[in-house]
Design a protein around this ligand. Sequence first.
Ligand code: FAD
Ligand code: SF4
Ligand code: SF4
Length: 414
Amino acid sequence: MNDTAQLPVLVVGAGVAGLTAALEMAETGHHVVLAEREPVIGGRVARFHRYFPKLCPPTCGLEINARRLEENPRIELRLQTTVTGAQPVDGHWSVTLETAPVHVTGRCTACGLCTEVCPATVSDRLNWGLAEAPAIRRPFPNAWPQRFVLEREACPEGCRACVDACPYDAIDLKAGPGVEEMEVASVVVATGWRPYPLEKLPELGGGVLEGVVSNVQMERLAAPDGPTGGRILIPGTDREPRSVAFVQCAGSRDVNHLPYCSGVCCLASLKQALYVKEQLPECDVSLYYIDRRTPGRNEDFLTRVAGTQGVRLVKGKVGKVERNGDGLELTVEDAEAGKLLHEHADLVVLATGMMPETGDPFGLPRDEDGFAVSDPRRGLAVAGVAHRPADVAASVRDATGAAARALAAAGRRS
Ligand SMILES: Cc1cc2nc3c(=O)[nH]c(=O)nc-3n(C[C@H](O)[C@H](O)[C@H](O)COP(=O)(O)OP(=O)(O)OC[C@H]3O[C@@H](n4cnc5c(N)ncnc54)[C@H](O)[C@@H]3O)c2cc1C
Ligand code: SF4
Ligand code: SF4
């Protein structure tokens, strides 16, 4: 039997919440295993153009956390790793960690020679399918770690061009998956969120009309390392939009889709309205909303955006988006005037909400919206958006609390 107090604490997910929890526990002297299913850390925020309230690039906070991680020998980072099984054993957990094949090893210096010779392309998940990328590539310019990734399923049979080009012998095309059983004292679940699928909103043009994108796609359209090099263009064309419409609560607060409010989509659209106006000052921006959710100090941000010339906030629900000539037409129920409006836009951004990630080997209890709830008696603490929709600042605060609960549970159960 293991002494629970000597066992590591497991953190699942290395987004802002998981990173915060892992660093705080390790910096108070505890051994932490941090499992992340992607080959990089930072979660969803790493793929944003900028983040509110200060509109800094995501690298600001990430670089600091990456340095803290590198400098802390108490954190064992397992990338491309998912927890596939979990059993309670004698007051602690026995977990199964599955690691996807690591085709590019730690010898990679990110020189980029492999990408130059790679003949295969894949739909780039990082860019939400808005672009194609070589099968072997840097995940994104500021990714940490800087190691390249390889999507083996895309390789034509017999190809080994990247292996021959790599001067550092860093590519292993034969690498297989790994499985490890591990005992841990307690667990922080910080598995975050995924966006509500665009395809579930065909009446708003989601997945049907090329000029309709989601808010997460808009982050990539504005990002300098995105599919258009940071130019906001109408997808499928090289034209800049002359008008952009943001449709709030797209699939949120709707019993047919997500019954709850994700809390950050209003601010995300206000932020993205600024991306448009900074780049295309002449572009008309309209934001259609049911209620504006901009609590606390975020009210200042709303005032700033609402005061920007060429930005219009319309209290009204968008019921339909259709093609009209080479643009799009929105049918809007104007809540104040009590009539139907027919509005034009070149580009429509659907402010879709956040859904909890699926896949939970611990069997955590769920709230009425499907978000996970901590279970301290079983040594399970939930952090960040896995717990409830929240912005970065609230996710970080939540993670600090979860770290304390996980350590208390580890101590109590020893
Ligand atoms: C369009 C949009 C714009 C936004 N803009 C802002 C903004 O400007 N400012 C702001 O403060 N907030 C913003 N937010 C909110 C912000 O994205 C969240 O607060 C933040 O992502 C929460 O971090 P997290 O660590 O809880 O989750 P995530 O960022 O989702 O990270 C979770 C991590 O867990 C990993 N993971 C998931 N499942 C597993 C598993 N089974 N095993 C291992 N790893 C797993 C994921 O790969 C990921 O790395 C925005 C949200 C949206 C929808
Ligand atoms: S895998 Fe090799 S060739 Fe490719 S970036 Fe890394 S070191 Fe360079
Ligand atoms: S083996 Fe695959 S990743 Fe390497 S060059 Fe060929 S197609 Fe690209």
